[in-house]
Design a protein around this ligand. Structure first.
Ligand code: DAH
Length: 358
């Protein structure tokens, strides 16, 4: 019979000598694997007489426990030593700058829309939306632009080939249909702005087939042109962040307003560039007017009870004027160099923290 003491001494020496994970695993297999020395001893218990078994059994089990414990301990020791060696060999320089993550930017159009929403929110306006696929009634008829009206031709409308529920469908040519959608779904008093995409079949340096407008609508009792002028003045001062904003209201024509006014804003020349503010020259910025009674009627309201004003303008153009960009097409080219230059950081957006003010 194998001398247990000799076997134990041999295994303990082998365990102490094992200096890699593989070496310790080899010892484990040799002792405790299927054909291992201790496993074989345990199997031999079955063939022993009961007396022998009683005397040998506890010794063999004790040997197995002792060897198992020694292997585990050696393994842990080796792992710890490997980790210590690794930590000693590698140094971490905590002063190195962290790698910069790729960062997107906020498009000037989104930035300006946010600014507009913020300014008008200060004046009690909420943001309304409407569908970009519109029907002909909301886009034209209800806005006092009947089928025969020349304004329909002027809008270069994209029509859909098929009718929906008997209606001619189109890509909205302006945000004005949101006026109709709001007046037919909400009870006055109404104070909304509606920023969004609009479409016209037009393309050159100053026109793109898709562009952005913002609409404003106020419906209440006793509203007059004075309210319109104050609102626009307050808005333009906050938007351009200047107090010397001068407005000029010129009589104009829009089918959905009566009277209609075109609004010019004064500019001055600074370092050879036109800058909004002052009154060295005039730039047209908005269309507006008092909402036509026919429009109010088309929405099911009594024009003798409810009046209001509306205005509409191009968001892209406002962005160009404020942030000094001169080619509209670049807005929609998706050129990363342009976006990096003109885009705004999402985390560091200039806000109109002063707001509209008192
Ligand atoms: N919808 C007009 C356009 O696209 C702009 C406009 C003019 C909107 C006068 C208005 C308004 O609300 O009162 O050209």
């Amino acid at each position: 019979m194998t001398d247990l003491t000799t076997l134990e001494a041999e295994l303990m020496t082998a365990i102490a000598a094992a200096d890699t994970a593989q070496a310790i695993e080899d010892v484990r297999v040799k002792a405790l694997g299927k054909q291992g020395a201790i496993t074989t001893l345990l199997k031999s218990l079955g063939g022993m007489s009961p007396e022998e078994r009683q005397s040998e059994g506890p010794k063999i089990h004790a040997l197995r426990e002792g060897v198992t414990g020694a292997i585990t301990e050696r393994k842990t020791g080796l792992e710890r030593a490997a980790l210590d060696a690794k930590l000693a060999a590698e140094t971490l320089d905590m002063t190195l700058p962290a790698p910069a993550f790729p960062q997107g930017s906020v498009h000037p159009v989104s930035q300006v829309m946010d600014e507009l929403a913020e300014i008008f929110a200060d004046m009690g306006f909420s943001v309304a939306t409407g569908p970009e696929i519109e029907d002909d009634w909301h886009n034209f008829t209800a806005l006092n632009i009947p089928e025969t009206h020349p304004a329909r031709a002027m809008h270069d409308t994209f029509y859909f080939p098929d009718k929906r529920d008997g209606k001619d469908m189109l890509l909205r040519t302006h945000t004005s249909p949101v006026q109709i959608r709001t007046m037919t779904s909400e009870k006055p008093p109404i104070r909304i702005i509606a920023p969004g995409r609009v479409y016209r079949s037009d393309s050159d340096a100053t026109h793109t087939p898709m562009f952005h407008q913002i609409e404003g609508l106020v419906i209440d009792k006793g509203i007059h042109l004075g309210h319109l002028k104050w609102t626009l003045e307050t808005f333009l001062k906050a938007f351009f962040e200047r107090d010397d904003i001068v407005l000029r209201l010129r009589p104009s024509y829009f089918p959905f307003t009566e009277p209609s006014v075109e609004v010019d804003v004064g500019y001055s020349i600074e370092k050879g560039r036109r800058v909004i503010g002052g009154s060295e020259g005039w730039m047209e910025v908005l269309g507006s007017g008092m909402v036509h009674r026919r429009v109010i009627e088309a929405c099911g309201l009594d024009p003798d009870e409810w009046q209001g004003f509306a205005f509409g303008t191009g968001v892209d153009r406002l962005a160009m004027l404020k942030y000094g960009m001169d080619d509209l097409r670049a807005f929609f080219d998706g050129d990363l160099r342009w976006l990096r230059h003109y885009g705004f950081s999402a985390l560091d957006v200039p806000t109109l923290s002063g707001g509209v003010g008192a």
